[in-house]
Design a protein around this ligand. Structure first.
Ligand code: PAF
Length: 261
C-alpha cells in the first residue's frame, strides 16, 4: 500500500521530485496528472488537503466529497510514491500570510468566488515550501488557477517548474471534475453543451451554441490571450476560449486552446 505522510518531518525524510497537489476525491483527471508526473522524476508526492481558505461558501467546503481509502488506491495505482495528508494546523500553524492574487484574482472565476484565488495561491505556496519538489503538475482545466500559479512562481522566484497537464474528458467530452458526481444523467446531457460550444473555437459561434441550451446558465464566455489573460485581440498569437456556468446547482468551467495547441 502507498506510504501516507502527515507532517513536515515525515516529508523531510525524503527528497521529492514531483508534487501533485489535490483536494482529494481523485478521478481519472488526477490519475493522468500522476502519470505525467512520472516523466519528471521517481519520487512523486500527491497532497490531499481540502483547503478552507479557497472556499468562500462554507457549505461547499462542508459538502466537498471525501473518500480517502479510494484516493489512496487511485494514487497508488497511478504510480505515486506517497500521499501527503496534512492536518489544517500542519498547513497553517500560525498567522496566515495570504498571497495576493492581484487584479486577475478578481476576474472570471475570482469574480464569482471572492478570495478564492488568494486561498489557492496561499496553500500552493505553503505546499511547495513543505514538500520542496522540483516540479509540480496542475491541470489545464483550471486554466486561470494554472496561470496565477505560474505568475506566483515567477513573482517569488520559487525554485520549481510548473507542468501543465491537458484536460481529461469523459466519453461525451465533459471535462472531468469532482463536481461531476453531483450531476444527474439529465444534467450531464445539458452540460455537454459546454464542449459543443468550445469546439467551435469561435466566441460568437460558441455564444450562439450556449444560448440554444436554456438549462445552462452562462456565467462568462471569453476569448483570452493565454500569455497575459487579457481579452484577445485579432493579433493575439495564443488564444483560448474560457467558459463557466451553472447546470442547476453545479458550477462548471472549461476552456479550449484555439488552433488545437
Ligand atoms: O485544483 C485544486 O484541486 C486546488 O485548487 C489545489 C491546487 C489543490 C489547491 O488547493
Amino acid at each position: 500500500m502507498i506510504e501516507v505522510l502527515n507532517s513536515a518531518d515525515d516529508l523531510a525524510r525524503q527528497k521529492w521530485d514531483v508534487l501533485v497537489p489535490t483536494m482529494g476525491a481523485l478521478h481519472a483527471g488526477h490519475q493522468s496528472l500522476i502519470k505525467i508526473a512520472q516523466n519528471y522524476g521517481q519520487k512523486i508526492a500527491v497532497s490531499i488537503f481540502v483547503n478552507p481558505l479557497q472556499f468562500e461558501n462554507k457549505n461547499d467546503l462542508h459538502n466537498y466529497p471525501k473518500n480517502i481509502e479510494a484516493d489512496l488506491q487511485l494514487a497508488y495505482k497511478a504510480g505515486a510514491t506517497a500521499v501527503f495528508l496534512p492536518s489544517e494546523i500542519e498547513i497553517y500553524p500560525g498567522k496566515i500570510e495570504k498571497v495576493d492574487a492581484g487584479l486577475l484574482g478578481d476576474l472570471y472565476e475570482g469574480a464569482a468566488r471572492a478570495g478564492h484565488f488568494s486561498g489557492v495561491l496561499t496553500v500552493v505556496k505553503r505546499l511547495f515550501e513543505l514538500v520542496k519538489p522540483k516540479f509540480a503538475v496542475f491541470g489545464e482545466k483550471d486554466y486561470q488557477q494554472l496561470f496565477l500559479i505560474k505568475q506566483m512562481v515567477k513573482k517569488f522566484q520559487l525554485p520549481i517548474d510548473i507542468i501543465s497537464a491537458p484536460t481529461i474528458r469523459d466519453q461525451n467530452n465533459l471535462a472531468l471534475s469532482s463536481r461531476n458526481t453531483r450531476l444527474s444523467e439529465q444534467e450531464k446531457q445539458v452540460a455537454n453543451v459546454i464542449f459543443q460550444a468550445l469546439s467551435t473555437e469561435n466566441l460568437q459561434l460558441a455564444s450562439a451554441v450556449l444560448k440554444k441550451q436554456p438549462s445552462f446558465k452562462l456565467d462568462y464566455l471569453n476569448l483570452i490571450d493565454e500569455d497575459s489573460f487579457a481579452e484577445a485581440v485579432p493579433s493575439t498569437k495564443n488564444k483560448r476560449l474560457i467558459v463557466a456556468g451553472w447546470v442547476n446547482q453545479v458550477r462548471l468551467i472549461d476552456n479550449i486552446a484555439i488552433g488545437g495547441r
